[in-house]
Every structure is written in C-alpha cells, then in structure tokens.
Design a protein around this ligand. Structure first.
Ligand code: DX5
Ligand code: ZN
Length: 211
C-alpha cells in the first residue's frame, strides 16, 4: 500500500491546524515538512520550533522532516524533538555516515535524498545506514513543478539492488503518475499540490491507498 505524506508546503499556512486536521481525517498518518535554508535551495520555509509545535498539536502524526539544508548536522537534535523521520541530502558536505548515526542516536528514522542529477551510485555505500530513501522527482525548492518521469529509474534501481528500506518520492506526484510509481517500488508518496488542491480528498486518498 502506498502511504500519502501530504507536504504542508502547499497548505494554506494561515489555517494550518485545519489543513493538517483535514489530511488526518482523510486517513493520512504521515506529514511531510519541507525545511529549506535559502542556501541549499533558493527558498526559505520552516524551523525546528515550528516542527515541534506541530508535533505537540498532533502527537500521533508521523512528521517526515525533509532537510533541504547545507548544514543539517547543526540542527538534527532540534528537529528530532518532533520528527518521526529526518531526511538529509546526499549532496551535503558533512560526513553522511556521522549525520545518519546522529539521527539514529535521537531515535528517529534515517532518510537520505537524491536531487534529480545525483545518481543512486552515490549512496549505495550508505544504504545499510538508512531507513528511507527519498527520490526527488522535481528540483528541490518549490512545490507545483512537473513530475520528472525519468526519476522512476532510480526507484527501480534501488529495488533491483535489493534495497529493503522505505522508498519515497517527492515532487509532482498525482493520481496520474502514482500507479507507475507503485510499480517502480514506491512506498511513500509526498504530495503537496495534488492533496491540497483536491476537490475530493477523502476519495483520492482512499484510491491511492488501494493502489
Ligand atoms: C520541493 C518540495 C515539493 C513539495 C511537494 O522541494 O519538496 O516537492 O514537497 O510538491 P508538489 O506540490 O509538487 O506535490
Ligand atoms: Zn520534500
């Protein structure tokens, strides 16, 4: 079953409590929080206190924190207070095994993400130190971009080499491309625009869960 992880980047932030309540009521138990530092990506978004506030308000919800940051190693412990999973990017300069170890020390799932231009071969040596691989299916930084179909080859490659952890995709996911994502091995679908612009959210989530 594919799990939907709504991305609050696409939510109405002035009514965020209701926007989160809406996806929880529709059957989502994972929420994707895109953290951007204005350096790794040309955008700024949420901080660790914000994530912790969401966790306080929705303690049952698994917060899937995607750190699109140049130096996530400086913030792991602060984000870990509210996170279920913390994903860092393969392209950062810090020592990735150390960063993944610190995430594990905090009792949080370890995710690693690949930008579209970064091959799977760059992280093969790290796969035994991760719980989740997040394949960016758009250039990180902004929601609402078109889906990059060629990124499905990365999902297929990870499954082919026997990766047993969670496979997640992020960016441009819709009801149209999810069946092929599922075929390629997807477990968790990050969906911002498609969820928060849906006119029949409950139906859509149920349809996705039945894929
Ligand atoms: C890009 C962001 C987006 C967002 C989801 O950095 O990570 O991918 O979560 O985007 P859409 O709105 O395309 O589902
Ligand atoms: Zn994301």
């Amino acid at each position: 079953m594919i799990r939907v992880a709504p991305s609050i980047l696409a939510a109405d932030l002035l009514h965020l409590y209701d926007e989160i309540q809406k996806v929880v009521s529709a059957g989502c138990d994972v929420l994707h929080v895109d953290v951007m530092d204005g350096h790794f990506v040309p955008n700024l978004s949420f901080g660790p206190d914000f994530v912790n506030e969401i966790h306080q308000a929705f303690p049952e919800l698994k917060l899937d924190v995607h750190l699109m940051m140049e130096h996530p190693e400086q913030y792991i412990r602060r984000f870990a207070k509210g996170a279920w999973n913390i994903t860092v990017h393969a392209e950062i300069t810090a020592n990735l095994p150390d960063v993944l170890e610190e995430i594990k020390d905090c009792g949080v799932c370890r995710g690693i993400s690949l930008k579209p231009a970064t091959p799977v071969s760059n992280i093969v040596h790290l796969l035994d130190k991760t719980d989740l691989v997040l394949i960016m299916t758009v250039e990180p930084g902004f929601g609402g971009q078109p889906f990059k179909w060629e990124m499905l080859d990365k999902l297929r490659e990870l499954r082919r080499i026997g990766y047993q952890g969670l496979l997640e995709a992020d960016g441009g996911l819709t009801m149209d491309n999810l069946p092929e994502c599922k075929q390629a091995g997807l477990d968790v679908a990050v969906m911002g625009t498609a969820v928060y612009r849906s006119q029949h959210l409950l139906e859509d989530i149920q349809k996705i869960h039945s894929l």
